[in-house]
Design a protein around this ligand. Structure first.
Ligand SMILES: Nc1ncnc2c1ncn2[C@@H]1O[C@H](COP(=O)(O)OP(=O)(O)O)[C@@H](O)[C@H]1O
Ligand code: SF4
Ligand SMILES: [Mg+2]
Length: 339
């Protein structure tokens, strides 16, 4: 849908005020105690708190933040694996619900997700030709008789030897299994990939090869990525824009160049200050002063205030607005009001 007013294309994916709450995972003792009234009632985890985000056609949007801040929840909501508790999702400007009908299969397949541990998501009893080739047959994209040739093409595209198609997942290395996971996602001809810690389980040298594959595939197939990683080095390497998350909220968003050269939010500044530059393996998050608070009871006001060196009384009371601090650069911090 191209806007009749501006002639602009809508973003490929947009989230508006998306929130997700989970009932907290309780251990057995707590569940029994809660049932007999002897313990706290089931608590609610606020995994996402009113997130609005756009991913433009053809871009790589990096999504970073410490473990538990809601990255996977956001990725799964984008990929339709999870339903939001509230808020709206749009594909090319139309609500996701517009694609629920049978005839909109292509739109539903257009977003595919690639997970952290490719081995965990591969059925060990399936041969690679089945792992990659089954979904396109089931969805009617190819005939069963074309499956082997189709899989061979895909394997070559992701840098795998097509003569190994009859082997089982455990017969491949970590890097090869990653490539199998990518080929499986590509098999249904997606336009958008949500990559959730897609290279996190790999050795550094293999990581670089798989990242280069992502870069090449994006160009060859005109793909768009939401690239989720706890590793700033990975995100910096690949992303056009970067969103920084903290406890269920996006706190900063800008081009990758801007975020790394001129981080605005004190949380982003703290993250960047912690990146050692020599040892690439350690370019993940290091603990910032203070523990990450629980999403069971997020601090009021600015969620970051208990750890922020600049926090004031207002930060403890009032949630900062997410606003544009330079063209295309957004941040949610009260300090911007006084600049
Ligand atoms: N199915 C679930 N049930 C209960 N809590 C969940 C569930 N999935 C995620 N959570 C909680 O939601 C929060 C965000 O989790 P997640 O999106 O996995 O974060 P991240 O990917 O950034 O590590 C965490 O506190 C996590 O424990
Ligand atoms: S709003 Fe306050 S507590 Fe939050 S990041 Fe800005 S200065 Fe720190
Ligand atoms: Mg995760």
């Amino acid at each position: 849908m191209i806007s009749p007013v501006t002639g602009e294309q809508p973003p490929l994916v947009a989230l508006r005020d998306v929130s997700k709450r989970f009932a907290s995972r309780m251990d057995l003792a707590s569940r029994i105690a809660a049932r007999v009234g002897a313990g706290p009632a089931q608590q609610v985890v606020r995994a996402l708190d009113s997130v609005s985000l756009e991913v433009k056609q053809g871009e790589v949007l990096g999504l970073v933040g410490e473990s538990g801040c809601g990255k996977s929840t956001l990725g799964r909501i984008v990929a339709r694996i999870l339903e939001p508790t509230s808020g709206e999702r749009f594909w090319r400007g139309a609500p996701y619900s517009a694609f629920d009908g049978r005839s909109q299969r292509a739109e539903r397949l257009a977003i595919q997700m690639i997970f952290q541990d490719p081995f965990a998501s591969l059925n060990p009893r399936l041969r690679i030709v089945d792992v990659i080739g089954e979904a396109p047959v089931v969805h009617g994209l190819i005939g069963r008789e074309d499956r082997e040739a189709y899989v061979a093409d895909l394997m070559a595209r992701v840098g795998l030897d097509a003569s190994t198609a009859k082997r089982f997942p455990h017969q491949f290395s970590g890097g090869q299994r990653s490539r199998i996971g990518i080929a499986r996602a590509l098999a249904v001809q997606p336009q958008f990939l949500v990559c959730d810690e897609a290279v996190a389980a790999l050795d550094v040298s293999i990581q670089a090869q798989v990242l280069n594959l992502f870069i090449r595939l994006r160009e060859e197939l005109s793909l768009t990525y939401l690239f989720i990683s706890h590793d700033l080095g990975v995100v910096r390497h690949l992303s056009d824009r970067v969103a920084i998350m903290y406890l269920g909220r996006v706190v900063e968003l800008a081009t990758a160049g801007e975020v790394f050269a001129r981080p605005n939010h004190p949380y982003t500044q703290a993250l960047l200050a912690e990146i050692p530059t020599i040892e690439p393996r350690k370019r993940a998050f290091q603990p910032i002063r203070g523990e990450i608070p629980s999403p069971l009871s997020p601090p009021p006001g600015c969620h970051f205030h208990p750890r922020c060196p600049h926090s004031t009384e207002r930060c403890r009371r009032e949630q900062p607005a997410f606003r544009e601090v330079a063209p295309g650069h957004f941040s949610a911090c009260h300090l911007n009001d006084t600049k």
